[in-house]
Design a protein. Sequence first.
Lengths: 82, 82, 734, 237
Amino acid sequence: MYKALVYVTLKPSILDPQGNAVQVGLNSLGFDNVKDVRIGKYLEVTLEAEDKASALAQTEEMCKKLLANPVIENYRFDLMEV
Amino acid sequence: MYKALVYVTLKPSILDPQGNAVQVGLNSLGFDNVKDVRIGKYLEVTLEAEDKASALAQTEEMCKKLLANPVIENYRFDLMEV
Amino acid sequence: MANNSEKPWVELGLTDYEYNLIKDILGREPNFVELNVFSAMWSEHCSYKSSKNVLKTFPTEGPQVLQGPGENAGVVDIGDGLAIAFKVESHNSPSAVEPYQGAATGVGGIIRDIFTMGARPIALLNSLRFGALNSPKSRWLFEEVVSGIAGYGNSIGVPTVGGEVYFHPSYENNPLVNAMCVGLLKHEDLAKGVASGVGNPVMIVGAKTGRDGIHGASFSSEDLGATEEKRPTVQAGDPFMEKLLMEACLELIKTGNVVGMQDMGAAGLTSSSCEMASRGNSGIEMDVALVPRREEGMTPYEILLSESQERMLVVPQKGMEEEVKKIFNKWGLEAVVIGRVTDDGIWRVKEGDQIVAEIPAKGLTDMCPVYDPEAQRNLVMDKIQNCDLIDLAEPKDYNQVLLDLLGRPTIASKEWVYEQYDYLGGINTVIPPGSSAAVIRIKGTNKGVALTVDCNSRYVYLDPYQGAMIAVSEAARNLVCSGAKPLAITNCLNFGNPEKPEIFWHFKEAVRGMGDACRELNTPVTGGNVSMFNETRGEAVLPTPVVGMVGLVEDISKVCTNSFKNEGDLVILLGENTDELGGSEYLAMFHGLEAGRPPHLDLAKEKALQQLTLELIAKNYAKSAQDISEGGLSVALAECCIKGNIGVDINLEDKIRPSALLFGEGQSRIIISATKENLDRIKELAFEYHVPFSLIGKVGGNQLTINGSEFTVSLPIFDIIDRYKGAIPCTMNN
Amino acid sequence: MRFGVVVFPGTSGEADCYHVLKEVMGSEVDYIWHQSIKFEKEYDCIILPGGFSHGDYLRAGSIAHFAPIMEQVKKFAQNGGLVLGIGNGFQILTEAGLLPGAFLRNKDLKFICKEVYVRVENNETPFTNNYEQGQVINIPIAHGEGSYFCDEETLEELRANNQIVLRYSSSTGEIKENYNPNGSIDNIASIINKEGNVLGMMPHPERCAEKILGNDLGKYFFTSIVKWLDGGANHGK
Ligand SMILES: Nc1ncnc2c1ncn2[C@@H]1O[C@H](COP(=O)(O)OP(=O)(O)O)[C@@H](O)[C@H]1O
Ligand SMILES: [Mg+2]
């Protein structure tokens, strides 16, 4: 069994209104040293696979097909055996 | 300058309908080996701080005050100098 | 962006002829930035160069029209010193690649068009087209588009009160997402998109500028299949920012210090600034270095053509700069002076001391060449239109056909859609989605406005002239059934590639039909939007000229819905049943045919029917009113029962084949219900208006029964509700 | 009698509450800007309206609860003043710790706008005394993160202290999971604090307070407040 930790983030040039609002919120809370906030998704996907290579390939495919929309998002992931 | 990578996840005891929906989506795409999906938030917070200890303390405080709601969420973070 | 070809303009979508014209306008060769600016402003999307001459034929005037086409939105008078601003716009191509953000930013854009006019947005509608729902891609697009519309509209607090959704394979890769916004304003607050008064400041307000959506303007004018690989940067919307921007702009307009204001849509800062200057017969000089930016290292070219959302250009009176800043700062927004109005008619852009572009403002707008593309009816239309529909086999089980029609996604309840929209915000929604038209009360008066969007694109495909007339008539009929007098329309003309003569023929004919119907029904065109090139790999979508219509309810206590109300009420058909099946949903579903001619429409009859219905509602004679459209008489009756949760017993005597009688979509028919006491008066009035009248049945029980000489339909209300409401959720959940 | 309606950037329900209080109830009412550091006037009841404060980014109500005005609202509540949070206002109250629990996304992940039925579980509050105990009313909801959640212990406490004020139900008052539109724990639609002066509710009473809108059953939340205050209750001053 493998666990893929997938990070989906907005492409750098895409506006992140959530991140902006949180930054403004943190600033007004007194954390004026916060210079930037970007918010993305963090997914933990548990999957069965023959071996690490196959788990890798499959996670890659899942990201491409469903977990991220390449038009506006980037993704990366870590894989571990569990 | 520091960058805190913050992971906010729903507490394990709390149902994650979004994770379930994604799991069903993946299964129906043919990834029937996916056994579980949990979805959380991934935040990249860029902050200025005197030193690592202060950056750590501040990030901890931000998580407690705003970034995570302890009634429903857990958080953890990694800190790096940038 | 440098390119090696000898004719860089060709890659930017400009012809040799256009390039020479640009040289004439400038008296020299354009530089890189100028060429790109021309390319964006002269794109079909911004310039309407191939549709302009056709659009000129629309009727645009009437005593009710305060602002016709040419501004950010049309405006009609509703009395009491109040007016309604409204407009519909497409966001098709962004929605095809990033449906959530594409739809969301479409809503954001149309809302800006409305508050730019000084109007407070009070309602949203949308008109959507997707491929057949059995395709996973269509389901994904549908799900995400609806959720994007909800995400933006709900958050900004403008209720989404109506719309329409159709499903047809031609939209599989090219969904249509048209959003309409309606705003309320006092006459004296009407603002325009002009820059005038030499020395007045030009200010950019709202969000910072980033690299999003650059090339958006020329992108939406190209065939989608070809550009899918280019992966244009789509924009992300920020409804929160827009809410702040809206409040700040409305507050600013109230000060009376605004000369002109315009939102930044396609071609961003470029189009807003040169259009404002052009309308004001003035020039603008601005410095892009002063534009607040979200990203580092942006070039003048990128700043000029960025399509970052939630930004506006404002020209206040000289000396009011600080006042403007104060208002925007209160809402947490930036307002920055980036230039001044000049009197030389030149659109001059600098970066610091460097001149980046220098073009006569009118050169970018009015001087764009206008074309008359060839229009040619395709001969296959002969075969399609003349298809023999007389000898079709009749179905064996009419009950089953009716149930199947009620379960067709195009006909089935759209609750799944509109329950995701906050349709109650603002507490004005007197008739929520689900009836013929939505009705919004106007607080502080006794009035209301009724709103609808309509277009059956299959009709338009089969006969664009008739089809477009029907779209206008159906919209008006929907308003009338709610008790509103139709005032005016806006439209969104979604077509394929206009360079193809058969497409342009459809376009021209549709515009002609729309114009004729608007003239007859006294609903001038106050604005609209053209979306061309809706094609994937050479296959165009069905021609879809969407009509958005606004009507006035004089007495809000007298609105009418489509639900049957009480046991024992009589059911009356106004208008005549016909033996027409062409273009019907039944024909497509049961016989797999999209052929024939759409139902015939006689505008004079239509008008009489509508006037009669209005009078019946105003006199409180009609307890419910429902127009007959897709699915025909039987579906219309079923909808009245479903909404009222009550049965009906109908007897039809027409000598028409049952399929056409039950499922044909003959025009100019309305079903009303009424008490027995009013029957004679209704009959008399119908006679006066020369509208055919027939008493066809009685409300009651829990069964929908329709009897004819050759058939019987009989279904428990429970079953039809189940089918009608369950169809879309069932499809979407598996 | 004077009501204060707090305006956060991004909320839109303030105008609706204002309209009902002023035009339907005939009460005095002011808007209070989120950045105010004190109340300019004496208020009898403070309303946190619905909408999307700060875009509801991160979590609904999470950023609004730090607004300067919230210090005043807390003080006002501590002194026994009546505070009503509707929709987003309820979410802000939980984020601010004035009410226990938190909100999750609706169980089917979609925003829901529709009329639902709720049963009045406690009519002895300042906000519900014009309803009958057990009365079932239809009332609109409109939210995307409306699934109320709290831990077992808190739930026990809410039950024990009669703090659950409204539950989602059938039209006849049956409380079952299939009448629960958003997945909230124990079908909770509204709770009140232990002291009985701070109430949060997800349904929108201000949206059904006039006949012309087809339903005026929501008006009685406001008439309840007025009746309570007329009875000379502590006004939080
Ligand atoms: N996309 C949508 N958004 C909001 N409301 C919708 C949408 N699609 C359909 N509706 C609502 O559902 C009802 C039925 O729509 P439709 O079948 O197109 O009505 P009609 O045939 O009377 O034009 C209308 O009240 C309409 O406003
Ligand atoms: Mg329609």
